[in-house]
Design a protein. Structure first.
Length: 140
């Protein structure tokens, strides 16, 4: 990767809808160069997907937080797959430390959030949970 690739990546991180023409103008290269570089970055696996940023509150997930989860030994994969199927779960991360998993959740209100936490606690191999509410997101 060179400075042009890094520049393309920087612009796409800020705004994945930015046109190749506009990126090219910003970097003083042609839109064809940007197109070819993006295709190459995709083929190399550097760019995995293009996505959007969603207003969680507008989507009915204004109440957010993280559930720290401990599971029975050897059950991380199975529990992670079950967590990923819960509708209000947006991310599941395996971690190393005093907890096994960190789960990002969102719901429209505290009652909905409580039901999500109860679903997580109801998974057979889950042995403990702790909830950390999000008051404000500074960077996503």
């Amino acid at each position: 990767m060179d400075d042009v690739d890094r520049g393309i990546m920087g612009h796409l991180r800020k705004n994945a809808r930015m046109t190749f023409v506009d990126i090219g103008k910003e970097l003083s290269v042609s839109d064809a160069t940007v197109y070819n570089r993006v295709r190459r970055l995709i083929d190399m696996g550097v760019i995995k997907r293009f996505t959007i940023e969603v207003d969680e509150a507008a989507m009915g997930k204004g109440t957010r937080g993280f559930i720290l989860v401990n599971v029975k030994p050897g059950a991380v994969k199975e529990v992670s797959e079950q967590l990923a199927e819960i509708g209000r779960v947006s991310e599941v991360h395996e971690v190393h430390g005093s907890k096994d998993l960190i789960v990002k959740v969102g719901a429209k209100n505290l009652d909905s959030l409580r039901s999500v936490i109860q679903k997580v606690r109801g998974i057979p191999d889950v042995v403990g949970t702790e909830f950390i509410p999000v008051f404000k997101t500074w960077k996503s």
